[in-house]
Design a protein around this ligand. Structure first.
Ligand code: PLP
Length: 456
């Protein structure tokens, strides 16, 4: 690789990077990495570093890097037919096949999948279809959407509003007024330290009921939630949470969107988080693991119940006024077909469950007794280590100390990528589902080393 060309300075001068401190990056004060290659669980950069990617990009490269089966499927599709649109009944072999593969894997009551490009636009589609649905049913007032604090659902106008993280709202005039937020199902950070897990679930239910009561059920269309809170801190739900929430929604005729962008296609050791936790959604959002990020593609899967009303709407008002040029892009769809075949042939759903458990056990053995480790949690191939200034007093570090950023930087120096989750001192892990035992051991030992280096 050339070291003496202009790439680094072109990057600082021209490139608006997402989720980056723009000024510091342009000044040259924020880190930069030019990534050049990837194979299995590892990436390489221009400096010649080889790093074990324990966050699979942005929890998306589920099958690992460099899988030739997917690269070849993309290449073949580009040669045969690089693009055709999906409007007015057009399809391709890849998009039609992928729709069937998705529905074959989804819960039985799901009916059709709409393909977009990423999780954010899929959630925009979902809200539009929910508004349409209630208009067709003559319920013009039933439009508000409930989300949870710490939920992550994207960064568009509606999807960014659904996201319950301050960074994604501040100075953007978000959230929009149609979006309401309720309590995060985050037992470790409950306000009342004396609450049992069951009492805390009841608190979440009571808070939701109170919000619905305050706003009026006839103004609330849907609730959205990730089966496991992801970007908000990698927090599995407390036992019984989903059943209790679903009962409230059913009682008030409020739809449920399961945002499965992270949990879909095996990350929890089950095909979907909805299967894993017994959720019965009206819509499922899928992206990341659909193609393992070999090409951009997302989907919104609609239930039979919703689909019937959408059909009724087009019988009454004509074709649905919704579509992107790149909906169901054949290259994305070809990547999706090859990716889902690989998930099956490599046994990745099962491996995610087994290696994920081994990872959490390893982190617990190595760090469970550390004076600053408050919680080690996760499910399937998702894990988090939450750090605290004082565990006994339940006191968190000052955000300005940037403790987790220091640990993540020390780990990267040592060849492992973990993620400093954006709100709180939480080290996040979401490796490829193809992770091996040796790779788990490397993640665990280098995490423990970096925690000790930074915190003693
Ligand atoms: N939903 C969830 C649960 C996510 O984790 C993400 C992204 O991380 C999104 C939606 C948004 O997806 P995208 O970044 O592809 O727009």
């Amino acid at each position: 690789m050339l070291q003496n060309d202009m790439l680094e300075s072109w990057d600082r001068e021209n490139f608006f990077h997402p989720s980056t401190h723009l000024a510091a990056f342009a000044r040259g004060d924020a880190p930069q990495r030019v990534v050049t290659g990837g194979s299995g669980s590892y990436i390489e950069d221009r400096e010649g570093n080889r790093l074990l990617d324990a966050f699979a990009g942005l929890y998306c490269v589920n099958v690992g890097y460099g899988r030739t089966e997917i690269a070849e499927a993309i290449s073949a599709q580009a040669h045969e037919l690089s693009y055709y649109h999906a409007y007015m009944g057009h399809g391709t072999e890849a998009s039609i096949t992928l729709a069937k593969m998705v529905l074959d894997r989804a819960p039985d009551h799901m009916s059709k999948v709409y393909f977009g490009l990423g999780g954010s636009d899929a959630n925009e589609t979902n809200v539009k279809m929910i508004w349409y649905y209630n208009n067709i049913l003559g319920r013009a007032e039933k439009k508000k959407i409930i989300s949870r604090w710490r939920g992550y659902h994207g960064s568009g106008l509606v999807s960014g509003s659904l996201t319950g993280l301050e960074l994604f709202h501040r100075k953007f005039d978000l959230p929009l007024t149609q979006v309401l937020h309720t309590t995060a199902p985050y037992y470790f950070r409950r306000e009342d330290r004396n609450q049992s897990e069951a009492q805390f679930v009841q608190q979440c239910v009571d808070d939701l009921e109170a919000l619905i009561e305050r706003e009026g059920a006839d103004t609330i269309a849907a609730m959205i939630g990730e089966p496991v809170l992801g970007t908000g801190g990698i927090v599995p739900p407390p036992a019984g949470y989903w059943a209790a929430i679903q009962a409230v929604l059913d009682k008030h005729d409020i739809l449920l969107i399961a945002d499965e962008v992270v949990t879909g296609f095996g990350r929890l050791g089950s095909m979907f988080g909805s299967d894993h936790y017994g959720i019965k959604p009206d819509i499922m959002t899928i992206a990341k693991g659909l193609t393992s990020a070999y090409a951009p593609l997302s989907g919104s899967i609609f239930s039979d119940k919703m689909w019937k009303v959408l059909e009724q709407g087009t019988d009454e008002f004509g074709p649905i006024g919704h579509g992107w040029t790149y909906s169901a892009h054949p290259i994305g769809a070809a990547a999706g077909v090859a990716n889902l075949n690989l998930v099956d042939s490599m046994g990745l759903v099962e491996n995610a469950g087994n290696m994920g458990q081994y990872l959490r056990d390893g982190l617990t053995d190595a760090l469970g007794g550390h004076i600053n480790v408050g919680d080690i949690r996760g499910d399937g191939m998702l894990a988090a280590v939450e750090l605290m200034a004082d565990v006994d007093a339940h006191r968190f570090f000052d955000a300005d100390d940037k403790i987790t950023y220091q640990i993540v930087a020390a780990m990267a120096e040592d060849g492992v990528i973990a993620r400093a989750m954006p709100q709180g001192d939480i080290l996040g892990f979401a490796p490829p589902l193809s992770l091996s035992r040796e790779e788990v051991d490397e993640i665990v030992s280098k995490t423990a080393k970096a925690v000790t280096e930074v915190l003693g």
